[in-house]
Unconditional design. Sequence first.
Length: 257
Amino acid sequence: MIKLSRRLQRIADYVTEGARVADIGSDHALLPVYLLQIGKCPSAIAGELNAGPLQAAKKQAADAGLKSRISARQGNGLAVLEPGEADTVTIAGMGGSLMSAILEEGHASGKLVGVKELVLQPNVGEDEVREWLLEKGWFLAAESILEEDGKIYEVLHAVNDPNAASQNQSIYNGDFLGLAYEKELLHRVLLRMGPYLLRESSPVLTLKWKSEIKKLERIIAQMSGSELAESAAKAEQFRKEIGIIEEVLQCLQTGIR
Ligand code: SAM
């Protein structure tokens, strides 16, 4: 039986028992193979854009004796799916922009019709993914953050729910932070840092945003040599960003939420 990394395991944990799963950008098809091996899913589609990873996915499925139940298909994003073929779509290990573009194209071409849940693990740009889910009426049911091999990952679980709008309204209500920010800024903070992650306020979340502050400080220091007005404006914007992150972390630490 395949042993998954903690990151992939967390994704697997969110998949609903009995779901027909489509893993998009499946590379070695580790997730589909595992889900079938443990009996959580009856069948899976492993979608891959590139030939090399597709071959690796096919080999993994064959080696596990699951060739007949894992369909490895080459194609761009959700194009590999027929509408109604999957209950769960997982996408992991790529940037939030690419992930949102894949979801948007899939949504526009009807490939998400009948899909009940999305399990998404963007490497960066989590806010873009949260924003896409919100705009398209997916309920963000859960999210988690974990550290593995010095990297921090966020996993989002969204479900197709008729009450998504009102449920999202409630989770994206930032009053719990106790910050006197304008509505729009507060909303951006929740999209960026995660409405559940902020409520849970784990040490890994603090670690992530402290390291983000360090990154921004390094960029500001690099810009300080430039005399361009644009650099000064950008540096000022980053300083404001740091200020906001620090305020949010401060309020999490003091437990005002
Ligand atoms: N999902 C696996 C994981 O999280 O361990 C593999 C992640 S790997 C870094 C990203 C994979 O996505 C690569 O195999 C790449 O070929 C594939 N990929 C990138 N863009 C894609 C697209 N538009 N459609 C399908 N697959 C894509």
